[in-house]
Ligand binder design. Structure first.
Ligand code: TXE
Length: 476
């Protein structure tokens, strides 16, 4: 059901899509196949709600958003099971990461908005300037399938906290947690029309959001190809745009690293969520003097990762999100072989006994023997597939790392402080981790360079994105 004007309603055209459970390879629910008419309804509701919500004291807005966070915490198990069923990720991961982070997103922006300051500048003895930040109006939030509730709340929380009203569309591949979230909003007493969740496919419902003249800003996370389409529509309409797109992130392991820590975390950064995280380190570069030892250990631990039923607490690698995505990932393994790569482990679809026998499972895969400019090392695969390459010098590995059209994140493993700073300064990535991965402080700006995105999410950047700055200069 859509959540429009505070109610759970069917799409006007009464058209629905099958929602497939990727671990079982069969439909388990229906999702509205909404169109421009539903987006119009949602936008009108958001417009009606805007004055009341934006004028509400920020402490009151904050309290409602924190109440929603409390309800997410209360329903953690149910939401984690829904996330795992929808997306194929191990339920253990959803319980440990996705759902707690969704709650944290709501709390972080609900409390941050209270401390969101305006600025003043005294110009000599002649003038006083003050700058206000007011909510832009009705905004569109479009989120992807890989971290469904995590990235959905990452967008709507700052928008709501800033005083905007929202028309949001989750991915049609993973609608369930957004639907359950709608019910929590109703229970928390979120005023009607403040948040409207319209389900459906991108080219129809998503496109209708992007092109609606009364939706003044778009926050999008998804593929670079889709990001280009959205920018093409929104730019001529002078809409504010935040695009968080794909990545092909380098993971650089120097010989002077903490070997066990680098190895252990590189397994996580390669295969968490079946490699379906835009921040995964899918290109591993290892200094030649430790290359053989690293590859041997890495392959051995990769081969031991259990691919299985996402609802089984022992499972490390769950199902890929869809049959189409599974075939896309397998096609890249085939491409790697054609480009001269050597598959050291994995590379095949996995048949799981029991309820998951028709699911979309792929072995975690390690490939060596490729150059840094081949398609396998240039294009985002977004699955449990990594390549490993040796390097000899810093300049060489920095060149490799910066050689793709993406620039989202990078990881550096070294115990040499000077080297860490020196290499980090030269990497063309928006987010760089040294001796860690996915270690997040929500106050920091989040986003990529080059084709990995436009703008930054997180912290004040996100609140500022959803507000309009106005400077008033008073001559004294
Ligand atoms: O994302 P899409 P997909 C990458 C990853 C993946 C590729 C495509 O490589 O294989 O993108 O994934 C909506 N107007 N990432 O197809 O299509 C769509 O309904 C408006 C990285 O799932 O970008 C969904 O809600 N909206 C990324 C959302 O956009 C449109 C995470 C994302 O869908 C639209 C996900 C349109 N024309 C995929 N077309 C990351 N950076 O984390 C689609 N949508």
């Amino acid at each position: 059901m859509n959540y429009i004007n505070g109610e759970l309603i069917e799409p006007r055209a009464k058209s629905f899509l099958e929602n497939i459970n990727p671990a079982e390879g069969k439909p388990y629910s229906l999702v509205p196949d909404s169109d421009a008419e539903d987006i119009q309804l949602a936008t009108e509701a958001a417009q009606r709600a805007f004055d009341g919500w934006s004028a509400m004291p920020v402490e009151k807005r904050s309290a409602t958003l924190q109440k929603i966070a409390d309800l997410i915490d209360r329903d953690l198990d149910q939401l984690a099971l829904a996330e795992s069923t929808d997306q194929g990720k191990p339920v253990k991961l959803a319980k440990a990461v996705d759902i707690p982070r969704a709650s944290a997103n709501m709390r972080f922006f609900a409390t941050g908005a209270i401390h969101f300051a305006s600025e003043a500048h005294i110009t000599g003895h002649e003038a006083i300037n003050y700058t206000t930040h007011t909510p832009v109006g009705v905004v569109g939030c479009i989120s992807p399938w890989n971290l469904p509730l995590y990235l959905f709340t990452w967008k709507i929380a700052p928008a709501l906290a800033a005083g905007c009203t929202v028309v949001a569309k989750p991915s049609e591949l993973t609608p369930m947690t957004a639907f359950l979230f709608s019910k929590l909003c109703i229970e928390a007493g979120l005023p009607k029309g403040v948040l409207n969740i319209v389900h459906g496919v991108g080219p129809k419902a998503g496109q209708a959001i992007v092109e609606h003249p009364d939706i003044v800003a778009i926050s999008f996370t998804g593929g670079t190809v889709t990001g280009k389409k959205i920018a093409t529509t929104a730019a001529p309409m002078f809409k504010k745009l935040s695009l968080e797109l794909g990545g092909k992130n380098p993971n650089i392991v120097f010989a002077d690293c903490d070997f066990e820590q680098a190895l252990h975390t590189s397994i996580q950064s390669s295969f968490s969520n079946q490699g379906e995280i835009c921040l995964c380190g899918s290109r591993i570069f290892v200094e030649r003097t430790i290359y053989d030892r690293f590859v041997k250990e890495f392959v051995s631990r990769t081969a031991k990762l259990t691919v299985g039923d996402p609802h089984d607490e022992q499972t490390k690698i769950g199902a890929l999100v869809s049959e189409a995505h599974m075939h896309k990932v397998l096609s890249y393994v085939e491409l790697a072989r054609q480009e001269g790569g050597k598959v050291l482990t994995g590379g095949r679809q996995v048949k799981i006994d029991g309820r998951c026998t028709n699911g979309y499972f792929v072995e975690p895969t390690v490939i060596t023997g490729l150059g840094h400019m081949c398609r396998t090392n240039q294009e985002e695969i977004f699955g449990p597939v990594v390549t490993i390459m040796p390097f000899d010098t810093e300049d060489e590995v920095i060149n490799y790392a910066n050689s793709t059209g993406y620039g989202l994140s990078a990881t550096i493993w070294t115990e040499n402080l000077k080297r860490a700073h020196r290499v980090a300064a030269q990497l063309k990535s928006g987010i760089i981790w040294v001796n860690c991965w996915l270690f997040r402080d929500l106050r920091t700006p989040f986003g990529g360079m080059k084709q990995s995105g436009v703008g930054r999410e997180g912290g004040w950047e996100a609140l500022r994105f959803f507000t309009e700055a106005k400077n008033v200069c008073i001559k004294i």
